[in-house]
Write a protein that binds this ligand. Structure first.
Ligand code: ATP
Length: 512
């Protein structure tokens, strides 16, 4: 599948199978806001659960939190969001389209990367088995030129953004001769900063109403509760607080389905450490988080780290875990060494001490923080787009199959009576009545069995259990595996163990 087509297919499939709908579609939709349907809500819940268990249940020194979306407005002064949570925007005067200036430049660099990939492919074909990719990347003149050019562009952009030199960001766009993808023109406005926070009001009367923001990240709920959790949980540094929940950003450009939404969900963990130890923990969390991703089996080649040139105002080191989405490698998760910026700032703005007494050192300090922050919706898109495949089978026919990791699949097993009579539906219902205590189950008796298998394949159901006439005599059924399409004859009483083996969280958590 060509990548553009693949992305279109992902969006269409997500709608057709009840995973994702455009918000308020009946009123022509709301831009960059989406609803999760009957299957989407299950997949999303399972991803969240897999993250939560890996972070909270598997780590003695990480606990959870569920802070409110509304927070005292001073929170956002202290965090720097009121003054600095901006994106640089630029308008094309001919198409009247608005863009993020940094994204235009990053897309230019992505094109250079695509050229490198093309060269690599060509060379791999030419040299065959003797091809050494690392050596090729290090020695090929043209590839080195592309790489150096890309690095230099990103470095300059990073510096200019850090220094708020928006004129240079525009100059860079002009020097690179970047054109509006829509109009093809290079008729740009100046670059301006745009604050991404949504404002709202709390209170009944206009005079007494208080201006609030919808939180743009969940992290601040953790920081302002640092002492509450540390004291009530008698937590000792190093320890972490994990939270999942909605965040809101008035994104300038939001055209990539659930990759960039205006209302989305984050899964964040703030890990509090001794000053001076933060970079050690930063490296360790980079590694642990990548391992969590790899455990799902989406393919190691689909991930890469990207170390930031431009650091946020609070960070002394930052990296993204990027994933190969249908539209290329993009950020999936951020790992940030946030220093003691947030806690110090809340201490200053609240006038209350936010410190930890370290008994071993015999001193008090404001802890340093390493954050892992992943978008649940982006993770959903990574899993879903990776899983969707068109396969040509041995007999030449094709099938669409959603190869979701079994632990995440919305429905774990479907029970299908071969025919709608002779007592087979009753046996099927009985199997479901038993297994539904352990797994999400589905029942389907409509259409020929082959079509029902295809329907479950497209829905991502890892197992189909078929009840036939032999079942009535020997209490055995056929269990069909989604990915291999292999069919085994098994006892009804063995079903629970067989399914459990593949869908139990334990099996997947052990790989993290
Ligand atoms: P980007 O550069 O893509 O705008 P970011 O660096 O601003 O992302 P962070 O503030 O680090 O993102 O947020 C942490 C994570 O939250 C991101 O890695 C991403 O998975 C997710 N995320 C951020 N913004 C959005 C959004 N608008 N829609 C969906 N997920 C988002």
């Amino acid at each position: 599948m060509a990548d553009q087509n693949k992305f279109k297919k992902v969006i269409a499939h997500a709608k057709e199978y009840g995973y994702i709908f455009q918000s308020s579609e009946i009123y022509d939709g709301l831009s960059a806001v989406y609803d999760y349907g009957q299957n989407g809500v299950e997949l999303k819940k399972n991803i969240r659960e897999f993250w939560w268990q890996a972070m909270v249940q598997m780590n003695e020194n990480i606990v959870g939190l569920d802070a409110a979306i509304f927070m005292h407005p001073t929170t956002w002064k202290a965090s720097g969001h009121v003054d600095a949570f901006n994106d640089p925007l630029i308008d094309n005067k001919d198409s009247k389209k608005r863009y993020r200036a940094d994204v235009l430049i990053e897309d230019y660099v992505a094109k250079l990367e695509a050229k490198i990939e093309k060269e690599v492919k060509k060379a791999a074909k030419r040299f065959g088995d003797a091809f050494d990719k690392a050596e090729f990347l290090a020695t090929n003149g043209r590839v080195k030129q592309y790489k150096e050019k890309g690095d230099a562009i990103l470095k300059r952009m990073g510096k200019s953004l850090e220094n708020e030199d928006l004129a240079d960001v525009k100059a860079l766009i002009e020097e690179l001769e970047i054109a509006c993808p829509l109009s093809g023109s290079r008729n740009w406005t100046d670059v301006k900063q745009f604050n991404l926070m949504f404002g709202t009001k709390l209170g009944a009367s206009a005079e007494s109403a208080m201006d609030l923001y919808l939180r743009p990240e969940t992290a601040q709920g953790i920081f302002v509760n640092f002492l509450n959790v540390q004291k009530s949980g008698r937590m000792k540094i190093p320890f972490g607080i994990a939270q999942t929940g909605k965040a809101f950003r008035n994104e300038i450009v939001a055209r990539q389905f659930i990759f960039r939404m205006r209302e989305f969900e984050q899964m964040e963990m703030q890990f509090f450490v001794r000053p001076g130890e933060e970079l050690k923990w930063y490296e360790s969390w980079k590694e642990k988080r990548l391992k969590w991703h790899l455990a799902l089996g989406l393919g190691a080649d689909n991930y890469r780290f990207h170390d930031h040139d431009k650091l946020a105002h609070y960070a002394n080191a930052a990296a993204d875990i990027e994933f190969k989405f249908p539209f290329g490698f993009k950020e999936l998760e951020g790992i940030h060494s946030r220093t003691n910026f947030d806690l110090s700032s809340h201490q200053k703005f609240s006038g209350k001490k936010v410190q930890y007494f370290d008994h071993e050192l015999g001193e008090s300090y404001v802890p340093y923080v390493v954050e892992t922050s992943i978008g649940l919706d982006r993770m959903f898109l990574a899993v879903f787009s990776n899983a969707l495949q068109d396969e040509t089978l041995e007999d030449g026919s094709t099938r669409t199959v959603l190869k979701l990791p079994a632990v995440l699949a919305p429905v774990k097993a479907a029970v299908l009576p071969l025919v709608k009579k002779d007592g087979l539906p009753e046996v099927a219902r009985k199997i479901i009545a038993d297994l539904k205590f352990d797994f999400t189950m589905a029942y389907d008796e409509k259409d020929a069995i082959g079509r029902r298998y295809r329907r479950q394949d497209a829905n991502g159901t890892p197992f189909c259990i078929t009840v036939d006439h032999d079942t009535l005599n020997d209490n055995t059924v056929t269990i069909r595996h989604r990915d291999t399409m292999q069919q085994d004859r098994v006892k009804i009483t063995d079903l629970k163990a067989l399914i459990s083996e593949k869908v139990a969280l334990r099996y997947w958590l052990e790989k993290c």
